[in-house]
Design a protein around this ligand. Structure first.
Ligand code: PMP
Length: 348
């Protein structure tokens, strides 16, 4: 087992030395009633006030739900903010590198590009399984971050637990496991390992199982030192009050979320059966997420055909290892029926 570096050794020097922006709201945690510190308008409550820069109430709620301390939680404007901020905290442009295991979620590559950071791409095996030794072989002394995604988008499978652990234990840099789709998965995920693996970063979101993509709330879970550095870099009021309010309401309704997950998983099984029965579908890959990846004879023709009927899916056929593949989100019963009915009229 490789001993991970102290987080301060992985953080960029300018971030270590950064004197972050602070507001008077960061200083007080009592019950003040007169707020004349932030040049707000005294009228038009409650949205006349800046939101809590620490998102304390929301973090408390999430901490309780996930069995974590608040110090282990960073909340972002979607998971995408969590991805981007990891680059900005850890990776020195032009010197450091990250590793992605492809095909995977496209924002890791986009953020690497935007931040001027080298990205080393390691391919999954052709059955979409993870090859930990190939990832370890791509690591060098300038590798700061490895991106894993489980269940993976667009391949829809979960990564093998032992293989992920081998990577976490085999490197001295940070390993991010993106668990955007974890609530649809049979496996337990990696949350229970967070305390014992200081180089593990987890990403979850309210955009999928919680049904709240519109409010943009991503959750990054990590060692408190890393969360501390991230908090220095984030915009002071990165989560707005409307999002905080909607998230608190949404998180209270765990029964509804459970029901949605059950329905989506049932529909996923039905859809897999129906899709498999279509003559032009060559493969429906096993899914641990709320979407199916299918391989068809002519992906562009099918994609275009559906688009002309007002049904939008995702063409993934140009992605490595995904030749012929289309990705289909599991929708409501009605949406799924509309898709299947349209597909039944497709002439090759
Ligand atoms: N991670 C993965 C693997 C995703 O597929 C997506 C969105 N499709 C995201 C993160 C982005 O999530 P958010 O809406 O929280 O930014």
């Amino acid at each position: 087992m490789t001993e991970p570096k102290a987080i301060s050794e992985l953080v960029r020097k300018n971030i270590l030395e950064l004197k972050p922006y602070s507001s008077a709201r960061d200083d007080y945690s009592g019950s003040a009633s007169v707020f004349l510190d932030a040049n707000e308008n005294p009228y038009n409550g409650p949205f006349n006030r800046y939101p809590d820069p620490q998102q304390t109430l929301l973090k408390q709620r999430i901490a309780g739900l996930k069995g974590l301390a608040m110090e282990n939680i960073f909340l972002g404007n979607g998971s995408d903010e969590g991805i981007d901020i990891l680059f900005r905290v850890l990776c020195e442009p032009g010197r450091d590198n990250v590793i992605t295991v492809d095909p995977t979620y496209g924002m890791y590559a986009v953020c690497a590009e935007i931040n001027g950071v080298e990205r080393r791409s390691v391919l999954l095996n052709s059955d979409f399984s993870l090859e930990p030794d190939a990832v370890l072989a791509a690591v060098d002394e300038h590798t700061k971050l490895i991106f894993l995604c489980s269940p993976n988008n667009p391949t829809s499978n979960s990564l093998d637990h032992e293989s992920v652990l081998k990577i976490i234990d085999g490197v001295n840099c940070m390993v991010m496991v993106d668990e955007a789709y974890i609530d649809f998965s049979q496996g337990p995920g990696f949350l229970s390992l967070l305390q014992e693996k200081p180089n593990l970063v987890l990403l979850q979101t309210l955009s999928k199982a919680w049904g709240l993509a519109g409010i943009r709330l991503g959750m990054l879970f990590a060692h408190s030192d890393l969360v501390g550095y991230i908090s220095r870099v984030k915009y002071p009021y990165n989560i707005n009050q409307l999002t905080i309010d909607a998230a608190l309401r949404g998180l209270d309704d765990t029964a509804r979320r459970r029901l949605w997950i059950k329905e989506i998983l049932e529909e996923r099984s039905n859809m897999a059966i129906q899709l498999e029965s279509l003559p032009f579908v060559n493969e429906v890959y096993p899914s641990d997420a709320n979407f199916l990846l299918i391989k068809v004879e002519d992906p562009s023709a099918l994609y275009q055909f559906l688009m002309n009927k007002g049904i939008i899916i995702r063409d993934r056929s140009s992605v490595p290892l995904c030749g012929g593949c289309l990705r289909i989100t599991i929708g409501s019963k009605e949406e799924n029926r509309a898709l299947i009915n349209a597909l039944k009229t497709f002439q090759q």
